[in-house]
Design a protein around this ligand. Structure first.
Ligand code: PMP
Length: 427
């Protein structure tokens, strides 16, 4: 029996949520200064952004973007492979390779493309990918396009990774372990010391997506390797400019020959137009600002530590996050949507995370903090979160909190603390 291919496009669940007035996505933002925004005419504190260093509105960064438009125009109108390769793309690659401590770097139009293009290009028919279950969707996309197999291991669970390696490694030729450096929903930090050991022991290459670690972890924001003081433990570092680097675009960095191979084979790189000039200049200036103005990194951590302490003290289950991404575990999906709507109405902008990004019954509100948040903004967000947390029966309700602790343990592998990594987190 044939069927109209459009028949599936009814989005019933979405329509129900919209009709219920709790649809939390695509909220229009009319103006922004980064740490706060105006949406539907109302000022909100923004605690749902990845603008960790707050550099989208840094005067030097904005000037550099404007100057690039004056010099190069607004777009490259073609792939770098053909007519769109600007001198500043190459300058940016040199600077990024230095920043990341790698031989070479290659800049893509988005981070999504960097993952999709690099992974699908490198992994051939007889190769295997070992992929953390919580890896970002763009990694999943790359693994789906790759000709080799993908085997998943439990999130950040080194015993499970070793179990899978032991059972399967011999069946394949090349192998690569892929994981986020900082996981985008839970805010977890990859257990790099053990992952790197296992990669060596089982003759695998190691690929780390540092989208949420660049500008955030390490003494200068160079990411997960720097955080653990383990330079050269990761073979390929992937990053994005859509977070701390206040722009859009992505990067893969590693050995020269490998990066050059990706440059000449990855279709997501070759057959898509280049990052626009203003975007490139923004990242170049961010790199200078990061070097010359360390106060942004220290403010970020001051704010993140403050929020971790206050939210945990209030009774929120934050999945023991150790980064500026601080999830607030809610559990039921509809409750999370309703909670996010109330937050928005009270002037706090954060979005819920539900299936498929997290397992069913594990919905959360993903909050994240930036260097440019003022104490007043953070206190306002805390007051609203406390008031709504009580109204929704999440805070001040020990049986609910016990239930959430069970969800955190079972679905996110959260122990009450992670002493083995504690020293590495100290900044
Ligand atoms: N990796 C991770 C971990 C991410 O969070 C994101 C963006 N949300 C990407 C890759 C994709 O980056 P981009 O936004 O530059 O496409």
């Amino acid at each position: 029996m044939t069927k109209d291919i459009f028949a599936k496009c009814d989005l019933e669940e979405v329509r129900q949520v919209q009709a219920g007035g709790i649809y939390p996505f695509f909220r229009p933002i009319e103006s922004t200064i980064g740490s706060s925004v105006v949406s539907r005419g109302k000022k909100c504190v923004m605690i749902g952004s990845n603008n960790y260093l707050g550099l989208t509105h840094h005067p030097r960064v904005m000037e550099a973007a404007k100057a690039a438009i004056d010099h190069f125009g607004t777009g490259c109108t073609g792939s770098r492979f053909l007519n769109g390769n600007l001198s500043i793309h190459e300058e940016l690659e040199v600077e990024l390779a230095k920043f990341l401590g790698k031989e070479s770097a290659l800049v893509f139009a988005t981070g999504f493309f960097a993952n999709q293009g690099s992974i699908s290009t490198l992994v051939g028919r007889n190769d295997v990918i070992y992929s953390d279950r919580e890896n970002h969707a763009s990694i999943v996309e790359g693994t789906r396009l790759a000709l080799g197999d993908t085997l998943k291991f439990r999130h950040n669970d080194m015993v499970d990774l070793e179990r899978v390696l032991k059972m399967t490694r011999e069946k394949y030729q090349g192998a690569i372990i892929i994981a986020d450096g900082v996981f985008s929903m839970s805010g977890d930090i990859l257990n790099l010391p053990r992952t790197a050991e296992l990669a060596k022991e089982y003759n695998c290459r190691l690929y780390v997506d540092d989208a949420h670690a660049l500008g955030v972890l390490g003494p200068m924001g160079q990411g997960t390797e720097a955080h653990f003081g383990m330079s050269n433990s990761v073979d390929l570092v992937m990053g994005t400019f859509s977070k701390s680097f206040a722009s859009i675009g992505g990067v893969i960095a590693g050995p020269h020959d490998v990066v050059d191979y990706i440059k000449h084979k990855a279709r997501a790189f070759m057959f898509s137009a280049a990052m626009p000039p203003a975007g490139v200049a923004t990242v170049l200036e961010c790199l200078k600002v990061i070097r010359e103005e360390p106060q942004h990194l220290s403010n970020l951590w001051k704010n993140a530590r403050f929020m971790q302490k206050e939210l945990n003290a209030m009774g929120w289950n934050t999945l023991n996050s150790q980064t500026p991404i601080i999830p607030l575990l809610i559990g039921d999906e509809m409750v999370a949507l309703a909670f996010a709507q109330k937050l928005y109405e009270a002037g706090v902008f954060a979005t819920p995370v539900a299936r498929p990004a997290v397992p069913e019954g594990c919905a959360l509100i993903r909050t994240s903090y930036m260097a440019s948040h003022t104490q007043q903004e953070l206190q306002y967000a805390l007051d609203v979160l406390e008031k709504l947390g009580k109204e929704f029966g999440i805070l001040g309700n020990s049986s609910r909190q016990d239930e959430l602790a069970v969800i955190a343990r079972h679905h996110f592998g959260v122990k009450s603390s992670a002493p083995e990594l504690e020293s590495a987190f100290a900044l």
